[in-house]
Design a protein around this ligand. Sequence first.
Ligand code: BGC
Length: 381
Amino acid sequence: MLSRKMWYTVMAALIVASTLLGACAATSTPVPEAPEATQPPAAALAVGVVLPTKNEPRWIQDETRFKDAFAAAGYDVQILFSDGDSAKERSNVESLINQGVKVIVICPQDATAAGAAAAEARDAGVKVISYDRLIRDTDAVDYYVTFDSVEVGKLQGGYLVDHATGTGNPLYLYAGAASDNNAFLFFEGAWDMLQPKIADGTFVIKNSSEAVALQDKATLTRDEMGQIIGQVTTDWDFAVAKNLAEANLTAATAADKGDVFILAPNDGTSRSIADVFAADADVTSYVITGQDAEEPSIQYIIDGKQTMTVLKDVRTLVADAIAASVAYLTGGTPEETTTYNNGVIDVPAKPSEVIAVDQSNVVSAVIDSGYWPASDFTGLP
Ligand code: BGC
């Protein structure tokens, strides 16, 4: 939940933003003598947002929270979706540049492919804020608004560790899309927690020969993580996740099943994978991770079909993106607490906190915090 102090900060940022977002935004003080001033050209728009896809509830959340935050100040923001396509993403960025924006907030579909769009924005004098996912292999990124993604992976891996007893527990690993830098950060965090417990025999990896080959290494290089991710990627796609889980369980023996532990990278893939494991007669029980606190997964957690998620409060991320935009629009620099290397430069950032959510704290973390209304769920404790 946003602290009171943070809400004041956000509101202050929005008020500043409201003076800067251009006359195209709804204004409470139209000038009667100059009707054209109430219908100004789109070129006056100061900030645009480009999100990757509408196919996942996660990014619809971001769209809604962006709209809410800008609406709170009485202004519009232009939010464009890339339909999972880097070419569409680039044309979205070009459209915003042509409208004269000063800042573009981009969540890249493909970390490296987005570099060309970022460079085009930089050449046009536009500030580029990488949103949630880092744009890689370019110097044309000014700031990175993010959650602590390594911590997300640590919460996921740590949850599996905390719920395993004895030795020989079957472990199934799944990862995000290799084109998303976050997939590496999540995996890095999870591996950090899981590897010691694989090395001591608590867990036995069942679905990745690449991970087995590297299981004695406490710290993996990006290339090594890439080898594992290449074998267990879901591509952030529900259908890919389902097919991979089915293939894994088909290849596994009954002895590889029983009480299993599953590292699932996010909520959408977690629900797909959980459904597959739940349908296997040789799986007695499963503990499965997720992230994003998507509404369908909160219902799954209440119903005991998904074990945990990681709440990444998108309201905070949106507030940070707006604050960073305002800093640029006023000639300032956004707050920096750390940097993330994108392969070319260290990008300044201020990562936000994340929290693990399961049945024990779902009401306080997700409902009482105002993140989702209780009326959207059935069977709440
Ligand atoms: C985001 C996750 C999201 C995933 C799939 C990641 O980059 O950080 O929140 O679930 O992409 O869209």
